[in-house]
Design a protein around this ligand. Structure first.
Ligand code: BG6
Ligand code: MG
Length: 223
């Protein structure tokens, strides 16, 4: 019986939604007259919706009432939902299914650990719910990545000790959260941005079965 647990971030790891988040924030930024580039967007990856708006308003030096803040949060989310409403399996990133099938066929427990409050809805749209033993999303946590809370809760739900877990992440804040949780971290994307990860891959097409099998042995070997 394996002691290893695999935890996956959602946006930018399993599905290609990072671009939709960017477009929705960009629209709000344009409306507010705040310059916002894809480089600025790196800071928004892995970060809760509320924290993203706080950062955007800090960038624009804008102070608002709590009511206006909530309206803009809602506006951004409605815009984002208009993009994800039509999502289907074609938006699962390349070779993600290959990796999930490999783990599923070996009965390795898997969790989703995402800051997004839309995570469950997206997993349903792309029909990936059956792969995950547990889904810990933005509704279940109070502290945003880089706080390790989301991954600690995922490990707890899997009933696997943190040091036997590995996290796949595309955000710097997510890699920091995994490391802070005492878990192994795999960076998916730009290795310069994700330099604190234990392993780096551009995407899942670079991950082979030897790597997965070694990782499982390594996690299992821990005492
Ligand atoms: C993370 C994304 O997964 O979820 C962030 O990387 C996003 O960019 C966060 O802000 C919250 O998402 P949502 O769907 O709750 O607005
Ligand atoms: Mg992400």
């Amino acid at each position: 019986m394996t002691k290893a647990g695999f935890i996956f971030d959602l946006d930018g790891v399993v599905v290609d939604t990072a671009g939709y988040h960017y477009l929705a924030w960009k629209k709000l930024a344009d409306d507010l007259g705040i310059p916002f580039t894809k480089i600025d967007n790196e800071r928004f990856k892995g970060v809760s919706r509320k924290r993203c708006l706080e950062i955007l308003l800090e960038m624009g030096n804008i102070r608002v009432s709590p009511e206006q803040f909530d309206r803009w949060l809602q506006e951004k989310n409605e815009d984002y939902l208009s993009y994800i409403n039509s999502m289907d399996e074609t938006e699962i990133l390349p070779d993600v299914i290959k990796v999930l099938d490999y783990l599923k066929n070996r009965n390795i427990p898997m969790a989703l650990g995402s800051a997004s409050k839309n995570a469950r809805a997206i997993l349903e749209k792309v029909k990936l719910i059956p792969y995950f033993n547990t889904v810990v999303d933005g509704n279940a946590v109070t502290k945003a990545k880089p706080d390790p809370e989301v991954f600690m809760k995922a490990a707890e739900a899997l009933d696997i000790a943190a040091e036997h877990c590995v996290v796949f992440e595309d955000a710097r804040a997510g890699i920091k959260a995994a490391n802070a949780a005492g878990m192994k971290s795999v960076g998916i994307g730009n290795s310069e941005v994700l330099s604190e990860a234990d392993h780096n891959f551009k995407n899942f097409t670079e991950i082979d079965f030897d790597f997965l099998s070694n990782l499982v042995s390594e996690l299992n070997g821990k005492v």
